[in-house]
Write a protein that binds this ligand. Structure first.
Ligand code: GLN
Length: 489
């Protein structure tokens, strides 16, 4: 089986024609993971027996293949989602032994649709990071070049799909954690509108920004995963009541980018690597050549997005992470001298450096006397960033921007300079602050043969336009070859 050529759509067709069985496919993926995971470190845990059992059960239901939207599709899940009876570490030592008492709604919906969860993927601790180097369980390596980072925080999920170790994956995106690793690993990654997908059963980082989303090899594949898991969930009051369109029914049908107004904020693109700029410009030219109208827009407050995000996200995180006290969950320091010492030592030993840094930053920004100057100001700026988008969308149907200012950087290159690291998300953070949907689609390779992603940003709850234009773009761009299973080098 040629795994690098497989995607969800082709696999579903292969099942329908009975060319393969779920057991054969799962077996092939598990073998592939066994072989390459020691090098990539993309998976923290494999569900070998559970996946085989599930595949076997589906073998006997092969006749139903066309009725289940993700029949027999092996999916990898970031390790900050709960799956009953399985560990959910969120990349942290403080949750190293935490067993999930229930299953996240998003994962449950995938399983109900026939998907097979094959394992849990590595990530930055509590989803804080842009390179996967903040995981307590070692960094993930980029399948395109193992001396480089896969991006973060959902780097394990992105690397798993890029190296053909799963057909699709779930991640979470608070400021870019799906789109940026998708870009650095050459796969498609979508952050849906805030509220589109339930966050129930997902370890919280910054609740007003967190969203669950899919990785896939194609736009169609991510659309299929989204349509299965999106929609209101009574266990998450922030999940939207808005109806979920059947995205995959209309993707590709009679759609051309003719007349679509694509907004480009050229003033925003300063400081982008030349290789990224070149691929992005070519991608815009391709859309233009098919009749899209490219419109210059302005997003003047987006340059404050990094400072705004790094006040709001740590503030919410400092509150969300207060629950890890050595008593309720996970890691507990051994033999503390007092009750107070139990809290201090468990948190001090259990959390990693970046998480502590953010808890301190957040606690400071929320404290009496500083709240108005920092937290409140940041929220006012958030509103201005949202308003810029509202204005831009009165002139265009969607916005295009490179997903990340650089391609995959070297391991260790940015670890000593948090600001440099934080700037990796300069084009993704504003999208979370405004609650909008954004998708990263591979648009070319730079001179070092590393993938570049283009991000399309849509109006609230208008994922459909992103899928339509994204799919049309894939058709113009042509097939995008991924590394051979397990990675190139
Ligand atoms: N890199 C950003 C951060 O470290 C975004 C992470 C995310 O989206 N989870 O907070």
């Amino acid at each position: 089986m040629n795994l690098e050529k497989m995607d969800i759509l082709k696999t579903l067709q292969a099942y329908e024609s009975k060319a393969i069985t779920p057991s054969e496919l799962v077996e092939t993926y598990l073998q592939e993971i066994e072989q390459s995971n020691s090098r990539l470190n993309a998976f923290l845990e494999l569900r070998v027996e559970a996946a085989k059992k599930r595949a076997k059960e589906l073998d006997s239901r092969l006749k139903e293949a066309s009725t289940l939207p993700l029949f027999g599709i092996p999916i990898a899940i970031k390790d900050n989602f709960l799956v009953t009876g399985w560990k959910a570490t969120a990349g942290s030592k403080i949750l190293h032994n935490y067993l999930s008492p229930y299953t996240a709604t998003s994962v449950q919906r995938l399983e109900d649709a026939g998907a097979i969860v094959i394992g849990k993927t590595n990530c930055d601790e509590f989803a804080m990071g842009s390179s996967n180097e903040n995981s307590a369980f070692g960094n993930v390596r980029n399948p395109w070049d193992s001396t480089r980072v896969p991006g973060g925080s959902s780097g394990g999920s992105a690397a798993a799909v890029a190296a053909s170790l799963a057909l699709g994956a779930l991640g979470t995106d608070t400021g870019g954690s799906i789109r940026q690793p998708a870009s650095l690993c050459g796969v498609v990654g979508l952050k849906p509108s805030y509220g589109r997908v339930s966050r129930y059963g997902v370890v919280a980082y910054a609740s007003s920004l967190d969203q669950v989303g899919p990785f896939g090899k194609t736009v169609w594949d991510t659309a299929r995963i989204l349509e299965v898991m999106a929609g209101h969930d009574r266990f998450d009051s922030t999940s939207s009541q808005a109806s979920v369109p059947k995205y995959t029914e209309s993707i590709g049908k009679q759609f051309t980018p003719r007349g679509v107004r694509v907004g480009v904020a050229s003033a925003w693109l300063e400081g982008v690597e030349p290789g990224v700029q070149e691929c992005f410009s070519k991608a815009i030219d391709m859309l233009r050549s098919q009749g899209a109208k490219v419109i210059d827009i302005s997003l003047p407050h987006s340059r404050y997005a990094v400072s705004t995000y790094y006040l709001i996200a740590p503030s919410e995180a400092s509150s969300n992470l207060a629950r890890y006290d050595g008593v309720h969950y996970g890691y507990r320091s051994s033999k503390p001298q007092s009750g107070e010492a139990l809290y201090f030592k468990s948190r001090g030993e259990g959390f990693g450096r970046e998480v502590k840094l953010r808890i301190m930053l957040g606690t400071y920004a929320l404290s009496a006397g500083y709240y108005d100057a920092f937290y409140l100001k940041a929220n006012q700026m958030r509103r201005l960033i949202q308003k810029d988008f509202e204005k831009a969308f009165s002139e265009c149907d969607l916005i295009a921007v490179p997903t990340s200012p650089s391609t995959a950087f070297k391991l260790g290159e940015k670890t000593d300079d948090p600001i440099k690291m934080y700037l990796s998300d300069i084009f993704t953070l504003p999208v979370n602050l405004a609650g909008l949907p954004g998708i990263s689609i591979p648009c070319g390779l730079d001179k070092e043969q590393l993938p570049v992603g283009m991000q399309l940003i849509g109006k609230p709850f208008d994922e459909m336009t992103l899928f339509h234009v994204g799919h049309a773009f894939e058709m113009i761009r042509g097939p995008f070859s991924l590394p051979i299973p397990g990675g190139k080098k």
